[in-house]
Design a protein. Structure first.
Length: 121
């Protein structure tokens, strides 16, 4: 059992994704600062935030809901990455790399959710 959410590998991966998204979007056109850049950064940052919030919840149902929110933010981030690739803001390689991390993260969250559901009885 983890004493702190920062010990959780799933949170660590999520924070890695958020950091990589931030770095990836540093060079985007300034015209995107209040639109695309903000949207993708918020989506990416909400993944580790929801995992941390789940950790702080006492009841399994609450934890599961926040893991679902994190999973939704993963899908939102993947969608933003796809857009960035289609409008030639982001390279295929950078999108593929982060998307792979996001897909792994979604699978790990699914395992956590399944585990919590089965332990509920």
């Amino acid at each position: 059992m983890y004493r702190d959410f920062r010990e959780m590998p799933v949170w660590q991966t999520a924070m890695q994704v958020a950091t990589e998204i931030y770095e990836l979007t540093e060079e985007l056109p300034r015209k995107e600062d209040f639109c695309y850049t903000t949207q993708i950064r918020k989506a990416a940052l909400s993944i580790p935030a929801n995992i941390a919030e789940a950790f702080g919840r006492e009841h399994s149902k609450d934890k599961i809901n926040f893991y679902y929110f994190a999973r939704g933010s993963i899908m939102e981030t993947i969608s933003h990455l796809e857009y960035g690739k289609r409008v030639n803001y982001l390279s295929e390689e950078s999108v593929r790399s982060i998307s792979n991390l996001l897909e792994t993260l979604a699978a790990d969250l699914n395992k956590l959710i399944k585990s919590l559901r089965s332990n509920k009885g």
